[in-house]
Design a protein around this ligand. Sequence first.
Ligand code: KDG
Length: 311
Amino acid sequence: DVEVLTLGEALVSLRSSGPLALGGPLTMHLAGAETNVAIGLARLGHRAAWVGRVSDDELGEFVLRQLRAEGVGTDGVRRDPDRPAGLMFLERRTADLSRVQYQRTGSAGSALTCDDVAGPLAAGARVLHLSGITPAVSDSAREATVFAARQAAAAGITVSLDVNYRARLWSRDAARAVLTPLAGYASIVIASVDELDLVAEPGTDEAGVVAELLGRGVQTVLVKLGADGARGYTRDGAQHLAAVPVTAVDTVGAGDAFTAGYLSGHLDGLDLRDRLRRAVALGAFAVTAHGDWEGLPRRDELSLLTGNAAG
Ligand code: KDG
């Protein structure tokens, strides 16, 4: 049985080691917020599955091979014969500054429909994980995301939503109009500080957003603070956990790693503090290795960075 089902668009990421305008070698990686989460969970031994559309060519094959190699379930994946793979260029502009450029309009992944997700959802899962990226990529993907959240909530599946705002895909107002109602289906809402007012009235402060979400039935609100760790809120109170002090080399994917760690702790029945501990541990692994997910730990490696606690 699947423990965590997730859906969205997987991207082929082409990474440069210098300014893109100068050309030079690009390396090919699998990217995508939801596939990153699924891989993080699978590395820790959880049964994770991903649903999406991939192109029916070598790039789609690459996405599927990577997921299978990481032990992520792909039974629900559809191959789209008419559309290309979505691409992401990740430009290392300077040592400290990365920039993203997408070519994903009209991609196979963005053509996701309600019909694509209905079967895998009906098969059941303990958790459905969604990100705020999928509803931004097309009308049909937005409908599929909302449909999945509604179906899962009605079936008693725990819905987790990572706001994951992508300014290159939609405006803050457009995002808020979709993500605020979507959060109403979620038990777990994850956001960085600057994303909080995308699931509440504009201008609401952290305490206000948290109160609003908990009042709407959300069980846990997680606020990612990057190098300052994270705060977790439930009706029983708040916890702050410091980040693991490490040297960051690549922060892309850190939020997805954090989410995978949190959900792993949730599945293992840990309390809030220990869930957060595992979440920040995975975040630390993600930022100290290049690539979105390549550096994520297996379960027996969890204690490497933290000395003990996250295991
Ligand atoms: O969280 C990392 C993601 O941003 C990256 O893998 C690509 O899903 C992606 C996106 O749409 O930006």
